[in-house]
Design a protein around this ligand. Structure first.
Ligand code: MLT
Length: 273
């Protein structure tokens, strides 16, 4: 969608505009629906904006957003600039920004590139470090595969890896939801995002410089961004709380949404105090 000549990300909106909004940035290879179990549990019906990141859901593609915000090639920075432009078009000049995994990478890029926008930061099941060489090579290989095959089959296996081991067999409903959401994404968006994540830098110094309130949330059984990685981020941040979500893996928002909603509600309160 284009408003005033600016390309907008498709954005789920809830609550009444007014106070500092909560911006929710989804993980890979998903879209805003991964927040659906959390938003009804937020206390006080806050203003919520949950964009689909470039190339996901019904948002414009990464290359189209890059053209609009002035970036070149797949990058987390283009995603962050697209989010910033969308927020500003919605009249937002300060927000509590929460990102899960890939959404966390984008949230950290927002802190770096648009610090005035980020009044509070929630990092869920994510990491500040860049990929190791092997992980980067694997992402580029997957990007090539989904493009050549023209399907997202190569990332479908993530539907189990995203969950706690007990949920992979014990919660077929979660596996099915993830599969449906992943199948709704396109190969071009998946490939672009894999290349963007492969290119991302270490943002540990960005966290160390952030002086607003923050919360780091991690699933007890997250194997992709484990609790020790979350503790390292808490150590870097100056005003951070740690919330370890019981019985959850990487997808805390659907595996155990109550503690996630409580953590986000608490952060909104700290920003408004
Ligand atoms: C995610 O959940 O967004 C992914 O695990 C991010 C990644 O591949 O690093």
């Amino acid at each position: 969608m284009t408003i005033d000549g600016l390309l907008q990300l498709h954005t789920l909106r809830a609550g009444a505009p007014g106070a500092v909004p909560l911006v929710l940035l989804h993980g890979f290879p998903l879209d805003h629906r991964m927040w659906f179990d959390v938003t009804p549990l937020l206390a006080g019906e806050p203003w919520v904006l949950a964009p689909d990141l470039p190339g996901f859901g019904t948002s414009p593609t990464g290359p189209d957003v890059a053209q609009t915000v002035g970036g070149s090639g797949p990058s987390i920075e283009v995603m962050a600039d697209g989010v910033a432009a969308t927020l500003r078009a919605a009249g937002v000049d300060r927000a509590v920004v929460a990102g899960l995994s890939m959404g966390g990478y984008v949230a950290m890029a927002l802190v770096e590139r648009h610090p005035e926008l980020v009044a509070g930061l929630a990092l869920l099941d994510t990491k500040a470090t860049a990929d190791a060489e092997q992980a980067r090579a694997r992402r580029l290989e997957i990007a090539g595969t989904v493009e050549i095959e023209d399907t997202i089959e190569a990332v479908l296996g993530m539907r189990s890896a995203l969950l706690a081991p007990a949920h992979r067999t014990g919660r077929p409903d979660l596996v099915e939801r993830l599969e449906a959401w992943i199948r709704d994404q396109g190969p071009d968006g998946v490939a672009w995002a894999q290349r963007a994540m492969a290119a991302r830098p270490d943002r540990s110094a960005v966290l160390a410089a952030f002086d607003g309130p923050s919360v780091v949330v991690v699933g007890e059984f997250d194997e992709l961004s484990p609790p020790e990685v979350a503790r390292e981020m808490v150590g870097l941040l100056s005003d951070a709380e740690l919330v370890v979500v019981p019985a959850a893996g990487h997808m805390t928002t659907i595996e155990n949404p109550e503690p996630v909603a409580a953590a986000l509600t608490g952060l909104l309160g700290r920003v408004r105090d």
